[in-house]
Each structure stands twice: as structure tokens, then as C-alpha cells.
Design a protein around this ligand. Structure first.
Ligand SMILES: C=CC1=C(C)/C(=C/C2=NC(=C\c3[nH]c(/C=C4\NC(=O)C(C)=C4C=C)c(C)c3CCC(=O)O)/C(CCC(=O)O)=C2C)NC1=O
Length: 185
């Protein structure tokens, strides 16, 4: 039990993480520009549902606001085709009670910036440097520092909140898999 809360959360969510990675099929989806756009549309809906719920449950705007990625998704979709963002499909908002659940859900979104760097480099190679990449190129050199600061925040969570964080982390991976792997929006 001396493992950090982050290490325990990674362990608790490992199977759900592997299922998402296995089923996402991101290389095939970003192979064409319409496929890339459809993936961004799905991600946009997910962030539109989760970011307000996380913000409300965490109640720490200075920490959370710089981590919001809805503006980057909207910038990419606007550059690709001027889609009206609020008309795009979104899943149901999650129920997150308190900071433990908020950090468990946010763990999934913050972790996706690590995998996202791999996907962003692939998309740039495939479609050229002119392709809109605000979401996937995202944080650049700030990626590592933001991830470390997030882990520290997680490790400072009181033990009584740990179970809520694990449950929300698993639920968020499963919701993302259900939302991203289902049909196009
Ligand atoms: C859809 C989004 C999506 C989500 C929801 C997601 C979640 C997480 N990814 C994490 C780490 C990494 N993930 C990948 C690559 C992919 N992961 C994937 O799920 C897909 C699809 C990938 C594709 C490239 C990489 C190279 C690392 C860095 C490994 C390192 O440097 O240690 C962590 C953190 C795990 C911890 O606690 O340490 C979480 C929570 N990642 C996503 O892309």
C-alpha cells in the first residue's frame, strides 16, 4: 500500500485503458482528412460533456482552466470546415461527486495528451504541416510539466477519496471507448 495514488490509479485503470487503445483504431481513422475530422468531432463531444462536469466537481479554476481542450478542438474543426460546434453530438454528462471523482476522470483526459503527441506527429507526417493540429499538437513542451503537476495533485488526494478516483477513472475510460468507437456523429 506504499504505492503512490497515481500508481494505484494506473493499475486500477490498466484493463480499461488497454481496451480503449485496442479498439480505437486511430491509425485507420486519421488516414484520411474526413476520418481525422470525424475523430475530432467525437472528441469534441466528449470534452463538451466532461469538462464542465470536472470543473464543477473539482472547483479549482486556476488548476483546471489551463487544461481545458475544448478551445483547441473548436479551432481545429473551424479550420477544417467551419462546423457549428454546439450542433455537434455529445454523450451524457458524467456524474462526478467531489474532487476524487473529478481527478479520476481528469486523469484519463490528461493522460490522453501523452498518447496524443504520438498521434499528432503521425497526422502531421501524413497530411502535411498545414493540417490543423491544435488538439493533437496541443501542449508541446508544456506537456511534461503539466503531466507532472497533475500527478502531484493526484498524489495529494486524501486516501478517503481514492476509491472515488479509481471508479471515475475506469468509468471515464469505458465511456470514452463507447463514445469514440461507436458510429460516426
Ligand atoms: C484516446 C485517447 C487516449 C487516452 C484516453 C489515453 C490515456 C492515457 N495515456 C497514457 C499514457 C500514454 N498513452 C500513450 C499512447 C496511447 N494511449 C492510448 O490510449 C492510445 C490510443 C495511445 C496512442 C498513441 C503513450 C505513448 C503514453 C505515455 C507513456 C509514458 O510516457 O509513460 C496515460 C497515463 C498512464 C500513466 O498513468 O502513466 C493515460 C491515462 N491516451 C490516449 O491516447
Amino acid at each position: 500500500m506504499s504505492d503512490s495514488l497515481h500508481a494505484r490509479l494506473r493499475e486500477a485503470t490498466a484493463a480499461a485503458h488497454e481496451a480503449l487503445e485496442r479498439d480505437l483504431d486511430w491509425e485507420a481513422r486519421v488516414a484520411t482528412l474526413p476520418g481525422y475530422r470525424d475523430l475530432l468531432v467525437r472528441l469534441r463531444g466528449f470534452h463538451a460533456a466532461y469538462e464542465p462536469a470536472i470543473a464543477a466537481a473539482l472547483a479549482d479554476a486556476p488548476f483546471f482552466d489551463p487544461r481545458r481542450r475544448l478551445p483547441a478542438l473548436d479551432a481545429d474543426l473551424d479550420a477544417l470546415d467551419g462546423a457549428a460546434p454546439d450542433a455537434l453530438p455529445a454523450p451524457a454528462a458524467p456524474r462526478l461527486d467531489g474532487p476524487g471523482a473529478a481527478l479520476g476522470a481528469l486523469y484519463v483526459l490528461e493522460g490522453s495528451t501523452l498518447g496524443g503527441a504520438v498521434i499528432g506527429r503521425h497526422v502531421a507526417r501524413l497530411h502535411g504541416e498545414g493540417v490543423p493540429l491544435a488538439y493533437y499538437a496541443g501542449r508541446g513542451r508544456a506537456t511534461g510539466p503539466l503531466w507532472r503537476a497533475f500527478r502531484e495533485r493526484l498524489d495529494g488526494l486524501p486516501e478517503g477519496q481514492a476509491a472515488a478516483a479509481f471508479a471515475a477513472g475506469i468509468a471515464t475510460f469505458e465511456a470514452m471507448r463507447g463514445w469514440l468507437v461507436s458510429g460516426p456523429g
